[in-house]
Ligand binder design. Structure first.
Ligand code: PHE
Length: 455
């Protein structure tokens, strides 16, 4: 086995973890899912889930990664629990699955950089999205995006990933912030803020009956699986990414502090994107929920068409989104690559290229027809992500247990009490919340028939 790399600096790890977390999940998916599944209600559930489930689950992944110093699959073996390898396998598989369509959306972003510069979408943003989001165009750009990802991962941890993410977060915050201020000045935006920011308390209810299986009803049944999984997706959990990144971290670093930074920054970027996209949808008279996967692209394109210097602003904006998407996609490919490199000692560039090719193939249906993209995405949200996070929590909480607390506290100034509290929360309420999410997700998948592929 070759010598394992580590992050050059402490900031390197945080930046890479934030780079993995902040991506299309925040800028593209969060606003459109929020406008589709309940506005402020979605926001509340998402924020509660990010802090209440995401944070403890992220700590669990960090512990597994740093203690084992290995990739997301071998980690379980190294910690002495071969039988739990499936959690790692599941995570790596989900990473594969998700990257396949993530890359298609990454291709759309590439397209929109060019489209902004030339003003190609200015005349009719909606039909422009329709014509570039599927078919041959989308396929070619999906390939280009995947090539970029492979090229960076091939370069290795320090040179490739660390460097690529350094400028991204500040630029995203600045550009989104400026856009949010501009949107605020538009007339017709205020119902958008109400929809996004003021929760209707009557919508925050869920009731259960047993006959003999639990059956849930109430407004939250639909919101929970999407909003909780949105938190997982957005925080890069359940895909081995945080396990893998933490495996390059030293024992002198506080995992607690780092995870809080990641959760807070990540949610902030999502909310900021929501503050831009959702009021814009209202300004443009788009009904909440009808924007779909194109919501970000169509609403922003319409805005850039009207802005002074819209071509430049648009191109810069989509360039930043591209960097965010790349730094997330890199971490997904890195998970699988690091497993193959660690286990078979194969050469990193070749491994990255072969895996990238396979992921490209898996993504071809999604590039061809957005109905496939939606299907891949729904399955990931309603089933795969909660299942995988459940596996991580069961392992860290119940199987690994006490040693996890020691590992968690190593390098931090927190006392034993904090570690033990984490352990007990992870073992109980957090696991129950994930079980509920999974149950509701499965209910919609099978009852609503979302499981049927769009053949
Ligand atoms: N968190 C990333 C986003 O929000 C997606 C991602 C998930 C990246 C899992 C890596 C691992 O876009």
């Amino acid at each position: 086995m070759s010598q394992r790399e580590t992050w050059a600096t402490r900031a390197g790890f945080i930046l890479a973890a934030v780079g993995s977390a902040v991506g299309l999940g925040n800028i593209w998916q969060f606003p459109f899912k929020t406008s589709e599944y309940g506005g402020a209600t979605f926001l509340v559930v998402y924020l509660v889930a990010a802090l209440g489930i995401g944070l403890p689950a992220m700590l669990a992944e960090f512990v597994i990664g740093r203690k084992s110093n290995l990739n997301a699959i071998s980690a379980f073996e190294r910690l002495g629990h071969r039988n739990w390898k499936w959690v790692g396998v599941l995570g790596v598989g989900i990473g594969f699955w998700i990257l396949s369509y993530y890359s298609v959306v990454g291709g759309w972003v590439l397209r929109y950089i060019g489209g902004s510069l030339t003003g190609a979408y200015f005349a009719d943003p909606a039909s422009y999205f329709g014509s570039v989001s599927a078919g041959l165009d989308a396929l070619v750009l999906h390939a280009v995006f995947m090539l970029l990802v492979v090229a960076i991962v091939a370069g290795g941890v320090e040179d490739g990933i660390e460097r690529a993410t350094k400028l991204m977060v500040p630029s995203i915050v600045v550009i989104l912030g400026a856009l949010a201020v501009w949107v605020f000045t538009l007339s017709g935006a205020s119902p958008g803020y109400v929809y996004f920011l003021s929760p209707d308390l009557s919508q925050l209810s869920l009731s259960v009956s047993f006959d003999p299986f639990p059956s849930f009803s109430g407004p939250l049944t639909n919101v929970i699986p999407f909003a909780v999984s949105q938190a997982f997706f957005s925080l890069s959990l359940g895909m081995g990414a945080m396990i893998t990144y933490a495996s390059y971290v030293g024992e002198d670093q506080s995992l607690f502090g780092d995870s809080i930074t990641v959760v807070v920054l990540n949610s902030a970027v999502g909310v900021l994107a929501g503050l831009v996209v959702i009021p814009l949808l209202f300004v443009q008279g788009v009904e909440p929920g009808s924007g779909g996967a194109g919501a970000l692209f169509i609403s922003l394109a319409t805005a850039f068409a009207e802005l002074p210097a819209g071509r430049l602003v648009g191109a810069v904006f989509f360039a930043v989104v591209l960097i965010a998407a790349l730094s997330s996609a890199i971490s997904l490919l890195e998970v699988v690559t690091s497993y193959v490199v660690d286990t078979y000692g194969a050469r990193r560039p070749r491994v990255a290229a072969v895996l990238g090719g396979l992921i490209f193939l898996l993504g071809t249906p999604s590039a061809w027809d957005t109905a496939w993209l939606t299907w891949f995405d729904t399955l990931a949200y309603q089933l795969l992500l909660p299942l995988s996070v459940l596996g991580v929590l069961l392992f860290a909480g119940w199987v690994y247990g006490r040693p996890a607390v020691a590992e968690l506290l190593s390098g931090s100034s927190f006392g034993q009490g904090v570690g033990v509290t984490w352990l007990w929360l992870a073992r109980t309420v957090v696991i129950l919340a994930v079980l509920l999410t999974l149950w509701l997700g499965i209910q919609t998948l099978f009852v609503d028939g979302a499981i049927v592929p769009p053949l």
